[in-house]
Every structure is written in structure tokens, then in C-alpha cells.
Design a protein around this ligand. Structure first.
Ligand code: SF4
Ligand code: SF4
Length: 213
């Protein structure tokens, strides 16, 4: 689920949506937080590679997007995903995703997996960004977290904490001391929902309404 090229992990870059970020200040928080998460993933991969453990995740490898049914997603991330799907997704993925979301009952993979690739890649949630596997690609249906935990990269806590610290003002936790306490208590985690269970069926109608503007 990583941001990979054929040769390994791509250098993390912050996505910039200048005009949209003026309209939606929460979007800047999310994009800043995603950059920190990606930098943490990059650093974790670098450390593993130094020890001779190559990254298995690569472009086109996506069985994890079918085998994981309980991917957590935070409210701010849901807003980012919804915004991206409604306002930014371009053809032909736009039509393909619209169709898939209309028939979600028949889809066994993540709602956003199209042709073995993530259709919302720039806005995929933290859980997807952080799930990376070493040594060999996952077999069809394999959840490496259960079959070979040692091959799943453990995210570096410092980066995750920093990313959550950036996002906490969105949840009304603004003061530094309060943010520190919330991170220590893991308060934000109770707000997470299971991505598969969110109301994605409402998206096609919203996409069509946006297209008619
Ligand atoms: S190796 Fe596993 S976790 Fe990595 S992209 Fe492939 S299926 Fe997903
Ligand atoms: S959002 Fe879905 S398709 Fe995209 S990386 Fe995550 S599980 Fe895979």
C-alpha cells in the first residue's frame, strides 16, 4: 500500500491544492500530516533496507487492498477522501469509480481499488500509507500482519505523533499541552471508522451533482 515505484519507495512530496486549501483550511492540515506520515514511512523503509530487508511493495501489487477489510480511517481523512472523489478525480477513473461505488455490494476489495491500483492514491488514508511489507509480496488473500508479522514494517512513532499533532486542531484540540495529552492518551483513535463501512454509496450522486455545476 506504499507510494512505490519499481525501484522502491518514492521520495515523499507534499500534495499542493492551493485554491482548494484556501477554501478548506482543514485540507492543509491533512496534506501536512500526510507528508509527515510519508516521511516516517520512507525513513522506516530506509532503515530496513540498510539491514538487508528489501521492500516488497511495488506498483501494481495490491492484494492487500482486497485482503484487508477493516482499514481504519479518521474523520479528517474521510473529508479529504470525499473531497478528492467529488471534486478532483478525473476521467476515466471518475466514471469507473462511480460505477463501482454504485455496485458496492458486489465488490470484495477496497471500494477504491480499480484495475489493481488505488484510484484515490494521493488521499489514501494513513493506515494504507503505513502498511508496508518486506522481503516478498503478499500472496493472494494473505494478510502479512498475521502470517509474517516480522515482515510488516512498524511505523516510527515519532512521525505518527507529529502527524496527529498537526491534525488535532481539526478536532478542536488546539493548545499544545492539550494536544500532547491527547496524543499520549491516543484519544484520536476512538474517532476512527472502518473504511469499508462508510457511506460510499452516496458518492456517485454527489459526483454527478458536482459535474453538473
Ligand atoms: S507487498 Fe503486500 S502490502 Fe505491499 S503492496 Fe503488495 S500486497 Fe500490498
Ligand atoms: S484506499 Fe483502498 S485501494 Fe487505496 S491503498 Fe488503501 S486499501 Fe488500497
Amino acid at each position: 500500500m506504499s507510494q512505490t515505484s519499481e525501484n522502491g519507495y518514492t521520495q515523499p512530496l507534499r500534495q499542493n491544492f492551493t485554491e482548494d486549501e484556501k477554501r478548506f483550511p482543514w485540507l492543509s492540515l491533512l496534506l501536512d500530516a500526510y507528508l509527515i506520515i510519508d516521511e516516517g514511512v520512507s525513513e522506516a523503509i530506509r532503515r530496513e533496507q540498510k539491514q538487508g530487508h528489501p521492500l516488497a511493495c511495488a506498483k501494481g501489487c495490491s492484494s492487500c487492498c482486497s485482503s484487508h477489510q477493516d482499514i481504519p480511517v479518521y474523520p479528517l481523512e474521510l473529508m479529504g477522501m470525499s473531497w478528492y472523489i467529488i471534486e478532483k478525480l478525473q476521467p476515466p477513473l471518475r466514471q469507473q469509480l462511480k460505477q463501482q461505488l454504485k455496485n458496492l455490494d458486489t465488490v470484495n476489495s477496497c471500494p477504491f481499488l480499480l484495475d489493481s491500483a488505488c484510484s484515490i492514491h494521493p488521499m489514501r488514508p494513513i493506515a494504507c500509507r503505513q502498511f508496508n511489507v518486506l522481503n516478498k509480496p503478499c500472496a493472494e488473500g494473505e494478510d502479512a500482519f498475521h502470517t509474517r508479522r516480522n515482515d510488516v514494517i512498524t511505523p516510527i512513532k515519532r512521525y505518527a505523533d507529529e502527524a496527529f499533532d498537526i491534525m488535532l486542531p481539526f478536532y478542536g484540540i488546539k493548545k499544545k499541552a492539550e494536544r500532547r495529552k491527547a496524543i499520549k492518551q491516543g484519544a484520536i483513535h476512538s474517532a476512527a471508522k472502518v473504511m469499508r463501512d462508510c457511506n460510499w454509496q452516496s458518492m456517485p450522486e454527489k459526483m454527478s451533482a458536482f459535474d453538473k455545476r
